[in-house]
Ligand binder design. Sequence first.
Ligand code: NDP
Length: 262
Amino acid sequence: MGFRDRTVVVTGATSGIGFAVARLMAGEGARVAICSRSGDKVEAASKALRDEFPAAAIHAQPCDVLDPQAVTDFADASAAALGPAAVLVNNAGQGRLSTFDSTTDEAWHDELRLKIFGVTYPVRAFLPQLESQQDAAIVNVNSALALQPEPHMVATSAARAALLNLSKSLANEFADRDIRVNSILIGTVESGQWQRRFEAREDRSQDYAAWVAEEARKRHIPRGRFGKAVEAAHAITFLASPNAGFITGAALDVGGGVRRGL
Ligand code: NDP
């Protein structure tokens, strides 16, 4: 797919969608830099990638995308280890379950900070590297909530809409620097987040498969199931690849048909 020997950076790549992207990229021969906050998770993900792809060049480093100095350090160390980034996948994050009534001011601040600065800091830190490459790409992992808010995720929905808007501005501003910026809009994809929600469930009678099937039914997902992390990862790798060379400022829906709008 045109990633061989190019450096691909994936934030939040120790689990779920981010890890699936790192696996696909390593399989394509990319040099892959990954981060997340937990040192243990970073070590485990990096070991899993090295075990599966012994020839792959992997750089793994604990980094909180909300800490600008840590993000700068990650960008510098990744470039030193692998060469300048040609692709940045902004994936780190999670959703927040809250209605308008139950969202405190502090929660609003946290949510907007995660969705905006969790992308802004990595873009700023990696921009000089991306600018040095031909057909560089940024992919922002976003949510169907950006266009279709849900009453149980009010703050996340608003923050996701803001990130979608920011992504379009970045696409406009970076177009003549040969950097494309696109988004994917995830519906519901099995990942670490959903594993944690399963473990915290009240009704303990269901196993994971039955619980996920029930959640998919409740959400009226036309495809009748949750997505797999690798299905989201394929959409991300496409948008990051030279095959998508004329696509910028776009948002690709990976929701199994759940979004009702055109
Ligand atoms: P996972 O929980 O499986 O993965 C999230 C990853 O992000 C982990 O590696 C986590 O590691 C890392 N992470 C979280 N916060 C930070 C941070 N501040 N700095 C660095 N790394 C961080 O979840 P998903 O794969 O589901 O999530 C990936 C993205 O997709 C998220 O942005 C999520 O909001 C989005 N999304 C997912 C949906 C779904 O249904 N799965 C739906 C809509 C959007 P660590 O804890 O070590 O930091």
